[in-house]
Design a protein around this ligand. Structure first.
Ligand code: GDD
Length: 404
């Protein structure tokens, strides 16, 4: 893959936010070297493959059509490990059962391994509680509904596979080629920077919509525009200079090193992505006392990459967009580093007195993984570990392991 080199970088303490870089070539051919010079960077196929072998792709899924899910699975590069976290209906039709059927069939045909669990499995809830995260449970004693919660569960499973990176791909993506490109971008971006604390966020090229019987490729999301604006305002309040550095405040498609991810608190629902920026600024921005000297020394690298494929997914309506935007503003408002003037503007924008707080959970790295492993493998009835049969069809690879 060949990516533009990001020359401009915004700093917030130890957090380096690189300006948007575009994909120049999705495939850069047979070049076997990684070019570190010039206006673009070549990340060779071998380098990308090495990262993919260490990359877990979590697919949060709630009631998406089987055909679409199958397309998503087919786009995830072979060496990545798939983790499906579902919150789909179990009745009147058991959609999770249908998803497991699709996943197992895919893995059998493609000789791959995968993990899957249902978010509302009582055994998953009790395992997470026993492992030290009772905050995740709602009044029914089950893991809260929400995409952020599914992503947290996915990261916890990823942490037990021994792999180093985790990326996220929505299950409602209609274009397998876009899924494939996003995963390649994750691997290329993760390979491009040196700090162990790295994150790659996708800014999709465009979203196709039908207008007056014609396809229209809209460039910006209605929620993202607002989220980015306010995150940039937060940055500018501290630097004293206006900025447009953040362009991926809502990026559902992103990947990060587990070394970083396990240290970050996570928000629930759709607050999860904007909260990642807030969390990085709070923990590593140098405004509040820094808990982690190693991260402060190495720095956190945030790459933002514009894909070539359009993002074609299910349109869930206007209320959904407004709710997503509101959740983003709520987390900025409630950040301990949000200045009073910005809070006032957010209140005005939301026409609310005091926006509600979003759910924020402790970092996944605080979990007792041995207890989590024991609980999930013995109590979570929906947990599936699809083993990979190696070509000889004698040996198998089991993806998840107990911490020793
Ligand atoms: N397991 C699980 N649990 N999955 C969920 C849940 C949940 O409670 N809620 C939604 N999902 C899944 C959906 O099935 C879909 O695959 C994915 O999460 C995204 O949810 P959507 O409801 O389709 O969100 P969206 O497409 O409008 O928004 C996406 O893009 C935004 C940026 O444009 C999401 O990725 C957002 O997080 C992102 O900010």
């Amino acid at each position: 893959m060949r990516l533009e080199y990001p020359y401009r970088t915004e700093r917030f303490g130890a957090v380096r936010i690189h300006e948007l870089q575009r994909v120049i070539e999705i495939d850069c051919g047979t070049q076997t070297y990684d070019d570190q010079l010039g206006p673009s960077r070549i990340i060779s196929r071998d380098t990308i493959r090495d990262i993919e072998k260490d990359l877990v792709i979590v697919v949060p899924c709630m009631n998406e059509p089987r055909r679409v899910i199958e397309g998503v699975l087919s786009g995830i590069p072979h060496d990545c490990l798939i983790v499906l976290v579902s919150n789909s209906d179990r009745s009147p039709v058991d959609r999770y059962d249908m998803e497991i059927g699709a996943l197992e069939q895919f893995c059998r045909l493609a000789d791959r391994a995968a993990l899957a669990v249902h978010q509302r499995d009582p055994g998953l809830a009790s395992s997470l509680k026993a492992a030290g995260m009772p905050e995740l449970l709602d009044e029914e004693g089950l893991v809260h509904n929400g995409k952020g919660e599914a992503m947290l569960v996915g990261m916890a499973l990823a942490a037990m596979t021994g792999r180093k990176y985790v990326g996220y791909i929505d299950a409602d993506n209609y274009i397998p080629g876009a899924v494939h490109e996003y995963c390649k971008v994750y691997a290329a971006g993760l390979a491009m920077v040196n700090s162990p604390y790295r994150m790659v966020r996708i800014s999709w090229h465009s979203k196709p919509k039908v207008r007056d019987s014609r396809l229209f490729f809209s460039r910006r999301g209605r929620s993202s525009e607002i989220t980015n604006e306010y995150l940039n305002r937060l940055l500018a309040e501290y630097s004293g200079f206006g900025t447009e550095a953040v362009v991926t405040g809502n990026a559902g498609e992103h990947a990060l090193s587990l070394e970083l991810g396990l240290k970050m608190r996570m928000a629930g629902g759709f607050a999860i992505e904007p909260f990642q920026f807030v969390e990085l600024f709070e923990q590593f921005g140098g405004v509040l006392p820094a808990p982690d000297t190693d991260v402060m020394t190495s720095g956190v690298e945030v790459l933002q990459v514009e894909s070539r494929n359009p993002h074609f997914h299910d349109n869930k309506g206007d209320d959904h967009v407004v709710s997503m935007r509101t959740q983003a503003l709520n987390v900025i408002y409630h950040s301990s580093i949000c200045p009073p003037s910005l809070r006032e503007e957010i209140m005005e924008f939301l026409s609310a007195k005091e926006p509600p707080r979003e759910r924020v959970y402790p970092a996944v790295g605080t979990l007792a993984f041995d207890r989590l492993y024991d609980g999930i493998t013995s109590e979570a009835e929906t947990f599936r570990q699809v083993v990979q049969r190696l070509p000889a069809r004698v040996r198998t690879v089991t993806p998840m392991h107990r911490a020793t």
